[in-house]
Design a protein around this ligand. Structure first.
Ligand SMILES: [Zn+2]
Ligand SMILES: [Zn+2]
Length: 176
């Protein structure tokens, strides 16, 4: 049992990008194209007091990119909220409709830690617990004397002073 894997579930950037659903990628591309179409096909035909063409190109690319990236972020939030056990039906409209991306900022400030799965029975595990509540699988190293969680680098228990190197029942030391 490698406790490092449970402790350090810092997702990689590539894993995060893979979380973005296909529908939001398609929607982002479509919205980007729509912005270009509105500016260059519609506005140039129907508006006559337009700024110079160079500015229009820049403006449409910039806005297209902002809208596309925001669409991808909304797609990410719908998946990310689900895996963190958060209310997707509440957060998705908040992120979409709060002006100035406030909903998105709030989401990243307030999002819950990742819900992990028990390696033995795949039940959802809330952060900070020592044993799986469904199958009693031991999730973190604990002191055999007082049953408090200890860190993998601890030599003595921070709670009761038990010598963790001597403690035969300390499971992770068997792998050293
Ligand atoms: Zn379990
Ligand atoms: Zn202890």
């Amino acid at each position: 049992m490698d406790f490092n894997n449970i402790d350090e579930q810092k997702p990689q950037i590539s894993d995060e990008l893979r979380l973005i659903p296909m529908w939001s990628v398609a929607l982002a591309v479509a919205l980007f194209a729509a912005v270009q179409a509105v500016v260059h096909l519609y506005l140039t035909q129907h508006q006559h007091n337009l700024p110079p063409r160079g500015f229009l190109v820049f403006w449409s690319l910039a806005w297209g990119t902002v809208i596309a990236v925001y669409t991808l972020m909304v797609g990410y939030v719908t998946r990310d909220a689900k895996r963190r056990g958060m209310n997707v039906g509440l957060w998705t409209p908040l992120v979409i409709f709060m002006p100035g991306a406030i909903g998105l900022v709030l989401y990243f400030l307030l999002r819950q830690p990742l819900v992990t799965k028990c390696p033995q029975c795949s039940a959802g595990i809330s952060p900070g617990i020592n044993f799986c509540t469904q199958c009693r699988f031991q999730l973190v190293p604990i002191c055999q004397q007082c049953r408090r969680a200890v860190r993998i680098t601890d030599v003595y228990c921070g709670n009761c002073g038990e010598d963790l190197n001597v403690s035969e029942a300390f499971p992770m030391r068997r792998f050293r």
